[in-house]
Structure formats: structure tokens, C-alpha cells
Design a protein. Structure first.
Length: 443
């Protein structure tokens, strides 16, 4: 059998094809699992998850589904062991930092495995300079570009390089929304001081998708002080986003100016030659022999997302070790179709919209939906949620009212009209709504 990373991809495909859970639930809980190890002799699978809350939710709600997927894919049952980053030893932490647990493939997110082209040459050079001279080259470094173009790869490459050259330095990698979740959990558990100590005493802070802290007042307040503390102590900060700081409309000005105070580098979609090079490099790493015409076929059909290119190669490898099927133009076309279907934007559900509005304003989603909750701090988020639901879904006014605690359709009509009217004169409201919509579509 091939590496567990490849097997895990087949398990993920099983979830997507069989529609065992909603797209939102899959993206929230399953897609963030990192495969660590599969032990056939002892029938055990080890999976890395971001935090204990994530682990408890998986054990409570999704364990039986995972076991069903193991049976369908591997033909046998396994016991699942969930681990979180704080529980693994130093060696495993370094593997986690590389964001790749495949021992067979040996693939890591390093500068050596990053394919450089015209579209990313500047960003790559900036990241390399930061890795070689932390806090002495560009601080902060802000990378931006669309999803799937290599920002996360470069972020991990910086971490791996610094870890190798400066083994005593403390490095933290965190996603923007996970920073918010950790902050909320620290408040709930009265461990705010430990939270601050963790982030303000690190040597290198790598924050992926920082745009997701926009609009969240408490998170931005905490991140502002963390940023200042690290910057004044001459510690390295690297941030990534899907857009430049000036286009994160819900970001506070004091954070925006700090993000713009260092170097900003963008990453554009790769050209044809770079795409072919990426495909060949990934196939070599996975030990898969792809003909030149197959590589070119993939590169011609997938033009804007490196993650999709690598996904197709993984799919072909999975088919090969499961069925012995040699990659051809026909199988490539089928694999590309599967990837595009699996990575199509999930349906914009009312639940997803309300959850994002709730995260932005730091309130409970249930309060936004409830007819009973009339607290002042809920009114604005509820009005915005109603407006966005009406904008992004095909639900009638009556149907929207039912989603929000059974409100009468006339209330929904009035709310939508008021938000539309206010957005014309209130630029902050308009930018907040636009930012929330963009975040909903990007998740």
C-alpha cells in the first residue's frame, strides 16, 4: 500500500462522494484532520487535530462515520487515536510543522520543494530572506493571493528553515480563525494569561488567512497587542491573506497600518511551464510515472490552483495503488472532473451565513436566529444576517423569516430594505457586509 497520506485522501473522497455529512461540516471538522500514521498490525490509525475541542467533537459526532469510511476504503476496521500538537514529541512536532505526515513520500513544505516561476518569484525570494535572517530582513512580511497558490507552503517553508538553522527558536503556526477560537476558549476557561504568554513569547509567529480576524473586535484587540509585543521585541511575524491589507475592509486601521509597515508580496496563478513543473515534481515525490502528454493535459485544464494540480496527481496515485490503473488522458480527465466537483464552492446555507456573521460580531449564532433574544448587541448582526441570507440564497422572504425564529415576512422585507438603505450612506456597514460575504464564499 502507498503512504497513509494518499490513503487518507481516498477516505476524504469517500466522505465527499457518499455525502455522509454536509459540505460545511466536512470543511469544519474533517478537512482539518492531518493523517499521522496507520498501523495495520495493531489496527490503529493516528490523526492530528488542531485542538482538544476539535478532538472531542470528532469523538462525539463523527467517530462512527470515520470507522465506516475505514471499512469502505481499507476493507477492515481500525481504532482511531486523535492527538493534538501539544501532545506530540519534538520529532513529530517538526513533522507537523512541515504539514505533511507521509513517511513514504518524504514530502515536506520546504523551499526545495517549492516550484519557482514568474508568478511567485518575488514572494519566494522574500520568504527565503526572512528564513535566513528572522526579524532582520522584512518584518512583518505579508503574503497575499488567491487560495491554492502556495502561500501556506511558503509559510511552512519559513518555519522549517528557521527550525533547522535556529533550533532553539520557538515557532508558532496558526490560522486566523483558530486564533479567534483559542482566544474564545481561553476566555471561557479563564486562561487568558496563558494564551497571551504563548503568543507573546514566541520567536516566530506565522499566521495563515489573517483576513478572518477582521471584524472581530476582541480578537483584533488581542492580536494588536500581540503584534506590538513581538515587533518591539524584534521577533519575526509573517502573515498570509487572500487579499492585501487595504482590501480587508473590516480590519481595524491600527492593524492595517502595521500589516503594511513591512514588505507586501503577492502570488499570482502559475504559467503553463510552472504548472507542468509542479505536476512533474509532485508525481516524482509520490513515485508515480506520468507521461509528458498526461502532465500537459493536467496543466492545460487546471490553470489557477496549485492545490488542484497536486490533488489530481494524488488522485491518480490513489487509483494506481488501489486498482493498478495506469494514468492516461482518459483517467486524467476523470480525475480532474472529480477534483473540480469536490472542490466546487459548497452550498451557501443559512447556517453557514449565520455562523460567519456570529463569528464576526462575537455573538452566538442561536441568539441571531432566536425570536426571543432582543439584546441590543444582537440587533445589528441579526439584520446583517437576514440581509445576506436574502442576497446569497434563493429563499423567499417567508422562508427567511422561518429561519430567523418564525419572523413575519413583512419584518424581513423591512429589515432588508433598511440594511440596503443604510449601506448607501454608511461605508463601514457596507464594507463589513462585503467582507462577511467574501469570507463566507472563501470558506
Amino acid at each position: 500500500m502507498g503512504s497513509f497520506d494518499e490513503g487518507w485522501q481516498v477516505i476524504c473522497d469517500y466522505f465527499c462522494k457518499e455525502k455522509k455529512i454536509t459540505d460545511v461540516a466536512y470543511k469544519t471538522w474533517i478537512s482539518r484532520i492531518e493523517p499521522v500514521n496507520i498501523d495495520f498490525e495493531n489496527s490503529e490509525i493516528v490523526l492530528m487535530v488542531p485542538n482538544d475541542f476539535h478532538r472531542q467533537t470528532l469523538m462525539r459526532c463523527y467517530l462512527s462515520m470515520l470507522e465506516e469510511a475505514y471499512k469502505a476504503v481499507f476493507g477492515t476496521t481500525f481504532e482511531t487515536k486523535f492527538i493534538i500538537p501539544d501532545e506530540v514529541d519534538k520529532k513529530e512536532k517538526e513533522k507537523f510543522l512541515s504539514n505533511e505526515q507521509s513517511a513514504d513520500a518524504g514530502y515536506e513544505f520546504t523551499f526545495d520543494t517549492f516550484i519557482v516561476g514568474q508568478s511567485n518569484k518575488f514572494a519566494h525570494a522574500a520568504c527565503l530572506a526572512v528564513a535566513q535572517n528572522p526579524a532582520g530582513a522584512y518584518n512583518p512580511l505579508f503574503l497575499y493571493g488567491n487560495s491554492g497558490l502556495g502561500k501556506t507552503h511558503l509559510l511552512y517553508a519559513i518555519g522549517n528553515d528557521i527550525k533547522n538553522n535556529y533550533p532553539d527558536k520557538k515557532i508558532i503556526y496558526i490560522k486566523g480563525d483558530d486564533f479567534t477560537n483559542e482566544l474564545i476558549e481561553s476566555i471561557r476557561m479563564a486562561t487568558a494569561s496563558e494564551f497571551r504568554q504563548k503568543y507573546r513569547q514566541t520567536d516566530v509567529l506565522l499566521v495563515d488567512d489573517v483576513q478572518f480576524i477582521g471584524g472581530k473586535e476582541r480578537t483584533q484587540e488581542e492580536f494588536f497587542h500581540t503584534f506590538n509585543s513581538l515587533f518591539e521585541a524584534k521577533k519575526q511575524i509573517v502573515l498570509t491573506s487572500d487579499r492585501p491589507p487595504k482590501e480587508i475592509k473590516t480590519l481595524e486601521d491600527r492593524l492595517r497600518t502595521r500589516f503594511e509597515s513591512g514588505l507586501i508580496a503577492d502570488i499570482q496563478p502559475p504559467d503553463l511551464e510552472t504548472r507542468i513543473a509542479i505536476i512533474k515534481r509532485k508525481s516524482e515525490i509520490l513515485g508515480l510515472n506520468l507521461d509528458d502528454d498526461v502532465c500537459e493535459c493536467i496543466a492545460q485544464k487546471l490553470k489557477s490552483n496549485i492545490r488542484q494540480l497536486e490533488g489530481v496527481v494524488k488522485k491518480l496515485k490513489a487509483r494506481f495503488y488501489l486498482t493498478g490503473e495506469i494514468p492516461t488522458i482518459t483517467t486524467v480527465t476523470e480525475a480532474i472532473s472529480d477534483i473540480l466537483n469536490n472542490e466546487a464552492p459548497p452550498e451557501l446555507t443559512v447556517e453557514k451565513i449565520i455562523d460567519e456573521v456570529a463569528r464576526t460580531f462575537g455573538v452566538e449564532a442561536d441568539d441571531i436566529k432566536s425570536q426571543k433574544s432582543r439584546r441590543a448587541n444582537i440587533n445589528k448582526p441579526r439584520q446583517i444576517a437576514i440581509f445576506i441570507v436574502r442576497e446569497l440564497t434563493s429563499l423567499s422572504m417567508e422562508a427567511v423569516g422561518k429561519e430567523f425564529g418564525g419572523r413575519h415576512y413583512s419584518t424581513i422585507v423591512y429589515t432588508v430594505q433598511q440594511v440596503e438603505k443604510n449601506m448607501k450612506t454608511d461605508s463601514l456597514l457596507r464594507e463589513t457586509v462585503e467582507d462577511i460575504i467574501k469570507n463566507i464564499r472563501d470558506r
